[in-house]
Design a protein around this ligand. Structure first.
Ligand code: NAD
Length: 285
């Protein structure tokens, strides 16, 4: 079966209707929020009522456009440039958020990069760049957020948790990926970083979870969906037979950040159309 274009989905998926503003009064920070999955999450958190800081690295106009969309939907938002792998950049970003929004309730660690190469061709710079952004960046942001969550504690009118962290990992936190060892190592690291932090801070009523996307149509994986040939090859990996869209992840993020998901911590939720179901075994094995 061929991949369906995104505008066909309404026929077969649940109608989404007006979003419930279940995050009203909450303050969220989304790293790498100017494009792709981060943009989708930032917009969905805004629709759910959260005020949102849209972190970006290079594209200020795109980040400001995302912030404007959130404002147009009725929440507050601003764009903030910071390199998540730089400790002082991260601290300044959280300091400004405390000044402008007063606190943080939801952190989404989404910023991530790929620098692909076969093992023998991979340079130390390619290795370090990916680990620095994808793994160290999540550590630095999570540490700052948890400092603030613990300082402030639970504010019952806002949320029954003291804070929520959503780590954007990948199906490659469990599926090995030849030719991408830096990326797979970083995402495997994100999974155990998240679970270890979750264990450490659960008594403080702080929830920490991973969303691990499969193939989502964004700039990071353009070569996997741009041509028909590439899409056909991709569909052999996705039992649900369509590529994911950024709002598929965004809506799950808004839900897992909400009190509806209050008893979920340390979980890895695969948002992948079944990619982790080992589709090669459907007829073989
Ligand atoms: P993307 O390239 O659109 O998004 C990545 C974002 O991170 C960009 O906005 C980029 O500017 C930002 N970024 C990069 N380095 C940064 C830094 N040092 N500091 C701050 N921001 C930085 O691609 P995407 O697909 O939306 O990726 C978002 C996340 O989702 C990544 O962590 C990626 O690994 C993960 N992911 C994506 C897919 C997919 O299929 N698209 C699948 C699994 C996981």
């Amino acid at each position: 079966m061929a991949d369906r274009p995104s505008n066909d989905r309404s026929a077969v998926t649940q109608p989404h209707g007006e979003p419930v503003r279940r995050l009203t009064g909450q303050k969220a920070l989304v790293t790498g929020g100017s494009s792709g999955i981060g943009e989708g999450i930032a917009i969905e958190l805004g629709k759910a009522g959260a005020d949102v800081v849209v972190n970006y690295l290079g594209n200020r106009e795109a980040a400001e456009a995302v912030a404007q969309t959130i404002i147009d939907n009725g929440s507050k938002a601003y764009a903030h440039r910071a390199d998540v792998s730089d400790e002082s950049n991260v601290q300044e970003m959280f300091d400004r958020m405390r000044r402008e929004f007063g606190t943080i309730d939801i952190l989404v660690c989404n910023a991530g990069i790929q620098k692909d190469a076969g093992l023998l061709d991979m340079t130390i710079d390619q290795w370090r760049a990916v680990l620095d952004v994808n793994l160290t960046g999540q550590f630095l942001c999570a540490r700052e957020a948890i400092r603030e969550f613990k300082r402030r504690g639970v504010v019952e009118e806002v949320s029954c948790a003291a804070g929520k962290i959503i780590s954007i990992s990948s199906v490659h936190d469990i599926i090995p990926w030849a030719g991408h060892v830096n990326y797979a190592a970083s995402k495997g690291g994100v999974k155990l970083l998240m679970q270890s932090i979750a264990q450490e801070v659960a008594p403080d009523r702080i929830r920490v979870n991973c969303l691990s996307p499969g193939a989502i149509r964004t700039p990071i994986n353009r070569q996997a969906w741009e041509s028909q040939e590439a899409r056909d090859a991709l569909m052999t990996l996705i039992p649900y037979n369509r590529i994911g869209e950024v709002d598929d992840v965004g809506r799950v993020a808004a839900w897992i950040a909400s009190d509806d998901a209050d008893y979920i911590t340390g979980a890895v939720l695969y948002v992948d159309g079944g990619m982790t179901l080992y589709p090669g075994f459907e007829t073989g094995g």
